[in-house]
Design a protein around this ligand. Structure first.
Ligand code: TEU
Ligand code: CA
Length: 557
């Protein structure tokens, strides 16, 4: 019998605070702005808010570079603003989950400022310092943000590891003092009454301590993933975290586990609760989904449904009874799902957004909605590198276009318009008014020009909007245990156009079919079936067919 838990029955809403709602006219979203929008989230019906990092940060990576874990980023407000937000969320019956970024800190964190002072400083081993080899970096690893993963520090004639930007030095989890400091900080936040953690790149906290060269990639650098993801002590560290922090509170915990496999996920999200509740896996959003690669993650291609289905069905079936899935297509690192997986043309945007939402929310696991996904917000258009703010894009451009001349500017711009993270970070579109109601000032990142037609105000006035469709999906999940706990069964596994599956619980069966194309396709799954239609993006259906982007959900008793 599946263990029940509130976080298995919840729908999570991810807020990227920088882009959600400005309240003080500086063009940057902030905590009072979020508090002001609690009624909107209550109307949508979500159970939990996950905030991307709000801690003190120089914003090299928009808050994923923390310089003080117990202070609020000045751009976002004060600790009092946080306490007000937490109280308002709880009063509205909404839980609040923080983003825990402890694989690395900012290089402006006090620990790193001390650590880099001398080889004998008490904080030296809070980070990963190595001698160079023949005047070069300790090994051939490339950071996820382009260029060497090692930064030479003149003062002490050593290199420090940074899997991400050079302003994000990796913490040394082998050091018990690091673990003590992290767990102490986590308990401090739990004592404030938060309801959980999303754990940034938590699969990377245990590195292969021999730091061997990685397999050489197309750009000539070594791939560090095999030596930093799912490392030798990662489960030991997480079980210690569970023992010293997590097990003392009733928390939602989700590990962002880059590189996680099914077998690793069974350990990270093990049913006995000794590590985390669930993980984010990356196979369905990675090149394995058929979107291809110009170089590294950069592509102008689109996922192929049969490949996406094979991946998601694998995760549904292989974690059954062993671990709990998370369900997502969108987040602050991914392009907008209706542009990537659906069809963001005016003709098909709403229908395909509803179809994707149905396909995801009817699966087994905890669904995540990224801010604006409920409005069918789309990718934006970058006209040049100047339109981009994200250092992942800027670094990639300088390396692949300027330095290595492996990609033309036109191709790289097309890749940015397909997969750049900034697509997800354009301001939330609240109204058709100035800057989409996000700010009275110049926004830190340009608003998507389509805000005049795609915005919350218009959606709330339109009974057929994606907003009300998501609201209904959330209500269904709260009302029908089969949606939460039903066993997943793949159907029509060879169909090139329809993604179909069933859910089974206590003698009931839920039938789901989604047409991922703009063409009508044959499908007789529902023919002759008599049941209760829970939701569809079409008012009328055709026997033996699914209409373009049609999604249907039928409950058979
Ligand atoms: O992302 C980790 C991660 O795997 C991403 O780098 C992802 O692979 C890549 O962006 C896909 O394009 C987390 C955070 O979600 C991300 O925003 C941070 O930049 C990163 O860690 C470093 O903290
Ligand atoms: Ca602001």
């Amino acid at each position: 019998e599946e263990q029940k838990a509130w976080w298995k029955e919840a729908v999570i809403y991810q807020i990227y605070p920088r882009s959600f709602q400005d309240s003080n006219g500086d063009g940057i979203g902030d905590l009072p702005g979020i508090t002001r929008r609690i009624p909107y989230l209550k109307e949508l019906g979500v159970d939990v808010i996950w905030l991307s990092p709000i801690y003190q940060s120089p914003n090299d990576d928009n808050g994923y570079d923390i310089s003080d874990y117990r202070a609020i980023m000045k751009d976002f407000g004060t600790m009092e603003d946080f306490d007000t937000l937490l109280r308002a969320a709880h009063e509205a019956g909404i839980k609040l989950v923080m983003d825990l970024v402890v694989n690395h800190t900012s290089d402006e964190h006090a620990w790193f400022i001390e650590s880099r002072k001398s080889r004998t400083n008490p904080y030296r081993d809070f980070y990963i310092w190595k001698d160079g080899k023949d005047g070069k970096a300790p090994n051939n690893w490339e950071s996820y943000f382009s260029g060497p993963a090692w930064q030479y520090d003149e003062a002490t004639d050593q290199y420090y590891l940074h899997c991400f930007s050079k302003k994000q030095p990796d913490l040394n989890w082998e050091n018990t003092k690091v673990r003590d400091a992290v767990f102490d900080m986590m308990n401090w936040w739990c004592e404030k009454g938060i309801d959980g953690f999303r754990m940034d790149v938590i699969s990377m906290i245990s590195k292969d301590q021999t730091f061997p060269d990685g397999p050489v990639k197309a750009d000539g650098y070594g791939d560090l993933s095999p030596h930093v993801c799912n490392g030798p002590r990662v489960h030991e560290f997480l079980q210690e975290m569970n023992h010293r922090v997590l097990s003392h509170y009733d928390l939602l915990t989700v590990g962002e586990a880059a590189g996680v496999t099914i077998d690793e996920a069974k350990k990270y999200a093990r049913s006995d609760g000794k590590e985390l509740g669930m993980v984010f896996q990356f196979e369905h959003v990675g090149p394995e989904n058929g979107k291809g690669s110009v170089i590294d993650k950069w592509t102008t291609g689109k996922p192929q449904m049969p490949k996406v289905r094979a991946i998601l069905n694998k995760w549904q079936q292989e974690l059954e009874g062993k671990a709990w899935n998370s369900l997502y297509l969108d987040n602050h690192d991914q392009p907008r799902c209706v542009s990537m997986f659906g069809n963001d043309s005016p003709e098909w945007r709403v229908l395909s957004a509803k179809m994707l939402a149905t396909c995801l929310h009817m699966q087994k696991g905890t669904p995540y909605i990224y801010q604006g996904e409920e409005l069918g917000m789309t990718n934006t258009t970058f006209h040049s590198l100047d339109d981009c703010q994200d250092l992942e894009e800027i670094n990639a451009w300088h390396q692949y276009v300027d330095e290595q001349k492996k990609v033309s500017p036109e191709t790289m711009l097309a890749c940015f318009n397909t997969v750049a993270r900034d697509n997800a970070r354009t301001p939330m579109q609240w109204t058709a008014g100035k800057n989409a109601g996000f700010t009275d000032a110049t926004p830190w990142l340009a608003v998507n020009p389509n805000y005049k037609t795609i915005n919350a105000e218009a959606a709330l006035k339109d009974p057929d909007s994606t907003f009300y469709y998501y609201q209904k999906l959330i209500r269904l999940r709260h009302a029908y245990p089969i949606i939460v706990y039903g066993i997943f069964e793949p159907l029509l596994e060879d169909d090139q156009n329809a993604y179909a599956f069933a859910r089974h619980l206590g003698g009931e069966t839920l039938l789901i079919a989604c047409n991922w194309t703009s063409e009508e396709v044959p499908c007789n799954l529902f023919d002759g079936k008599d049941g209760e239609e829970l939701i569809s993006n079409y008012a009328n259906h055709k026997t033996g067919a699914l209409q373009p982007y049609e999604a249907r959900v039928l409950l058979l008793r």
